[in-house]
Ligand binder design. Sequence first.
Ligand code: SAM
Length: 336
Amino acid sequence: MKWQCIKVPKKEGEPTRRVLLELEILDHSVKIASDEKFLHLPLTRELTSVELEKLPEAAEPAVYEFEVQELKPTPEDLLGFSPGYEVIGDIALLEDEAPVPETASKIADVLLWTQPNVKTVLKPLTPVIGEFRVREFEVVAGEVRTETTHKEYGCRYKIDLAKAYFTPRLSTERSRVLAWIQEGETVVDMFAGVGPYSILIAKKASPVKVVAIDKNPEAVRLLRENIPLNSVKNIEAIEGDAREEAKKFAGTADHVIMNLPHSAHEFLDSAVLLTKPGGIIHYYGITPEDDLFEGSIKMVREAAERTGRKIEVLEKRTVRSYAPHQYNICIEVRIL
Ligand code: SAM
């Protein structure tokens, strides 16, 4: 059956699939098709020109003859509505606005039945809170645990959702930062968590060294397990306060990653201290729609000027919508 799709060279297949998944436009009723050089990713509708720009350059709209698969019932077929959830490793995590207990357990049963990879269903009891950015959960159904192993861009991460921060929603963002790193550079990941930026970069970009810092002992315990799990050697995992550790690595970083969006601005002096002349800070913030970037750029500029340095803004982008009228943003700034 002929279907609209995105045609993309195989090596760009995974990033393209992820963008289409994020846009919720990948058609699961037919199988992704491939020939020698290309993947054909089926779509539920045409992409807008803005959506098309999010795809790798080599991706293009096309039409393809797909094999129609025998359809299994979906959670929507069984429930009569589409439940909000995301899958992390073999855990299905129900959306923040968790439904009432009976509905949650009905959704959980349906997910366990229809999604063979899902072994546990969790419901968040709190938002992401506190210095360590973690949340509490209730196990609604399945195996009673919050640990899992999640795969992303050819890396594997041991995770404990109740003990250390992790979200698969930043996977595309992590690959964007990876693209900035050149072979032989030094990277400091000030708020590394279980290591999804650090390990991806250490594995794929061949830096001389990645310094991965986190204050949460549980995050660093998992990070230390994830380093051998991914056979990477060029990472130093440090349990500590990024402000204190920055003093030990002053002037060594070609790249500083500041993925602590609610309070990264409080650590800007340390980030500047870490950055070599000409190095780049990848700064994350949560900002209102009427001041997406300028307020953050001003804070970076002021931090640089406090030590007589200047900045050059290289890129600014919204990563995702965070709350009504609020966005998670990233700015790449060179510190001269
Ligand atoms: N980069 C990781 C990721 O993408 O999964 C983790 C990001 S999470 C939003 C921020 C992390 O910063 C948490 O793991 C938290 O424990 C850590 N953190 C908070 N304050 C810190 C500090 N003063 N020094 C070092 N790490 C800190």
